[in-house]
Write a protein that binds this ligand. Structure first.
Ligand code: NAP
Length: 333
């Protein structure tokens, strides 16, 4: 059987670690893309030992740093011809932390959770294009339900060091970043339609958080998360959803969709309010996502923001690939 290659960002803990274990067990070549190599080495070793799969590789990737992303992608391209599955699992959610920017001057949450995945995808497009069944999966969150409130919006004016929102919180920005990631999911799915690359997202509604993850948030959030943890499923449950979406024949042609935790495909809520009962149902249920995620104006804003700050346009990559393909055809003729 042809060995398929998967990159999982943030693979050293939680859902990413559980997914690495599952893909490794199934014989995939797995790239654990982690920012802290020292910390991740033990996890890497344990997974190889547990699965006896030697094709699990640990590579350094800091999704909040353009330089690290470029280095990672260059290194990957040198070693691997093809990429079959790309899972954007890593996320910054240090709730309670102060406003801070990445080395590239972008608010840390938005950089890690949105701009990072955009740039990684851009730089790995050629490798994805070479797969006969390329699938990208974005880790979403049910926090986007806040966008059922029509007043909620992504605050583009506070993403580049402005620190101009007295009510700024990582929690609020995390919510905006996960909405932006949905907008990217749908836009990328559309852009890649004719290139055989499928792009979907999973709305995660909770997975038990490790002690280490809880240490990243302030005491107040830690206490809340400890209570939530009692009701959450283990990370392996969501990891199995990652695995299904990225490997099952059932989803071979599925693209531009948001899945809920039961692997049902969610639909956009109507733009106009439908009345109190309906509104309550959409907030408490798991079949609808806020209309905002489908709004073309917002999609363009996120897309243009990513293009501008990274200096990379996905269109250029798709077109340059087309040119390479055309040149190949010409040469063969
Ligand atoms: N658990 C939940 O209840 C829940 C709910 C909704 C959505 N989600 C989503 O599920 C995904 C996985 O979360 P989890 O619960 O498994 O949390 P987790 O255990 O804390 O995993 C997050 C991973 O992301 C990595 N990471 C953070 N910043 C990074 C960066 N700049 N570059 C590379 N890696 C980075 C972390 O690395 P370090 O170990 O080095 O920090 C860690 O490996 C995230 O996208 C999260 O938003 C989770």
């Amino acid at each position: 059987m042809k060995k398929r290659t998967v990159i999982i960002t943030g693979a050293n803990s939680g859902i990413g670690k559980a997914a690495t274990l599952q893909f490794a067990k199934e014989g995939y070549t797995v790239i654990m893309a982690c920012r802290n190599i020292e910390k991740s080495e033990k996890v890497h070793k344990d997974i190889i030992e547990a699965t006896q799969n030697r094709n699990v590789e640990l590579m350094k990737l800091d999704a909040s740093s353009f330089q690290s992303i470029h280095q990672f992608c260059e290194e990957f391209k040198k070693r691997y011809e093809t990429l079959d599955i790309l899972i954007h699992n890593a996320a910054y959610f240090n709730h309670g932390a102060k406003y801070c920017v990445s080395d590239d001057g972008i608010e840390m949450t938005f950089n890690t959770n949105v701009v990072g995945p955009y740039l990684i995808t851009c730089l790995l497009l050629d490798q994805l294009k070479k797969s006969d069944d390329a699938r990208i999966l974005n880790a979403g969150s049910n926090i986007i339900k806040h966008f059922f409130d029509p007043k909620k919006k992504i605050e583009f004016s506070n993403l580049q060091g402005e620190n101009n929102d007295p009510k700024y919180s990582v929690y609020k920005m995390y919510c905006q970043s996960k909405m932006a990631l949905m907008l990217l999911t749908f836009k990328m799915a559309d852009e890649f339609k004719n290139h055989g690359i499928k792009v979907n997202a999973l709305q995660i509604n909770g997975a038990t958080m490790s002690k280490e993850t809880l240490q990243k948030v302030t005491l107040r959030y830690r206490l809340i998360a400890r209570v939530q943890n009692r009701f959450f499923r283990p990370p392996s449950y969501m990891a199995n959803n990652y695995y299904e979406i990225c490997t099952s024949e059932n989803y071979k042609d599925t693209t531009g969709k948001l899945f809920n935790d039961k692997l049902e495909i969610m639909e956009a809520a109507p733009k106009q309010p439908q009345g109190f009962i309906h509104d309550i149902k959409q907030v408490t249920g798991s079949s609808l996502y806020p209309y905002y995620a489908d709004d073309p104006t917002m999609t363009n804003e996120v897309w243009e923001f990513c293009e501008r700050v990274t200096g990379k346009s996905i269109d250029d990559y798709l077109n340059s690939y087309k040119e390479i393909e055309n040149e190949k055809v010409e040469t063969v003729k």
